[in-house]
Design a protein around this ligand. Structure first.
Ligand code: 3HC
Length: 303
């Protein structure tokens, strides 16, 4: 059954090569997913060779784990590994049909990335963005072909979580949207069409949820109490563990986007800002027996 709002699938373009801009946490998880499901060449680019090598090694390592679990044969594992490559030069995207960016969450950076990508790809290529909260319309606005830009937002861990938010910008055409839905299906994700609103749907809810837990801590509720209060609901992860998984810097960017869009409804926790500025990435720490305690440096940062 065609997902609600998806255009006729006959408009989808074939995807025989994928480009990924970025080789960090999300980008390398995306590379693994695309190569596993589409079984086509996937090329990663980043700003230096060390990051690219790290991204490619992550994908190779995960393929080895799948081999170890008996989910891939040795032949398949080797074939998939050979399909993943890295390049410092976006000219490697010349024959790519679908390029997805997962770089730093800053509009001007993403606009610059797409402007560069557009210099190298063919007219038919779709440009997708894994942005968590930024406007697809604005991201596309400076391009020669804004109609090929589509939001393609995954959730961490990408290999496990089934949801994919597909975002239509003001200028996105039906071919780009149909291709995005077709690729989502090949990736075995549950695609939903969402509007180009700040933080789309999931992160809008998540920002409220994490924001209120942080606000409770800011107001003096102990970390453990605020973070464990909802345990009886059976959430897969406590809110502050989820903050660690998402990455506090990403969560802060999304909170800032929501605050800019709706200043009367969304605030930004000063403590979260201080936490990110101090370079902290985790609230909780675990000892070798699995006991969970608050990182004392984090506790000291909170005022
Ligand atoms: N990467 C890859 N695979 C992972 C993983 C990771 N980080 N964490 C767990 N997995 C895999 C495991 O390998 C295992 O796979 P298998 O069954 O094939 O062996 C499977 O997931 C289950 O893992 P576990 O049994 O170890 O752990 P849990 O059952 O506790 O599940 C979890 C772990 C899936 C991470 C679960 O805790 C969960 O769903 N947490 C909530 C995550 C969430 O809400 N993410 C969305 C964040 S929002 C976002 O990403 C948007 C962004 O824009 C901010």
């Amino acid at each position: 059954k065609r997902p609600a709002g998806a255009p006729d699938r006959s408009l989808a373009r074939p995807v025989n090569k994928v480009g990924i801009v970025g080789a960090g946490l999300m980008a390398s998880q995306l590379a693994l997913l695309f190569v596993r499901r589409l079984k086509v060449p996937v090329v990663l680019t980043d700003i230096d060779q060390a990051r690219i090598d790290k991204g490619v090694s992550y994908v190779h390592g995960e393929i080895d784990k799948l081999l170890g679990k008996g989910r891939l044969s040795a032949d398949e594992a080797n074939r998939l590994k050979a399909l993943v490559s890295g390049s410092l030069d976006k000219a490697a995207f010349a024959d790519a049909d679908f390029v997805i960016e997962a770089v730093f969450e800053e509009l001007s950076v993403k606009q610059q990335v797409f402007a560069e990508v557009e210099q190298h790809v063919g007219e038919h290529a779709i440009l997708a963005t894994n942005t968590s909260s930024l406007s697809i319309t604005e991201m596309a606005s400076k391009l020669a072909h804004p109609e090929r830009v589509v939001g393609f937002h995954f959730f961490n861990p990408v290999a496990v979580l089934p949801l994919l938010e597909i975002v239509r910008g003001e200028r996105t055409d039906d071919a780009a949207l149909a291709t995005a839905f077709a690729v989502g299906k090949q990736l075995k994700k549950s695609s939903v069409l969402v509007s180009d609103a700040p933080a789309f749907v999931v992160n809008r809810l998540l920002t409220r949820f994490l924001g209120e837990v942080l606000a409770a801590v800011d107001e003096g509720t102990p970390f453990e109490v605020a973070d464990k209060a909802l345990d009886p609901l059976g959430l897969p992860m406590s809110p502050l563990t989820l903050l660690q998984l998402v990455g506090p810097a990403v969560a802060l960017h999304v909170a800032e986007t929501m605050h800019q869009a709706f200043p009367d409804r969304f605030g930004v926790s000063e403590n979260l800002t201080r936490f990110v500025q101090a370079g902290k990435t985790a609230v909780w720490q675990w000892d070798e027996k699995g006991n969970q305690t608050i990182d004392p440096e984090v506790a000291a940062l909170w005022q």
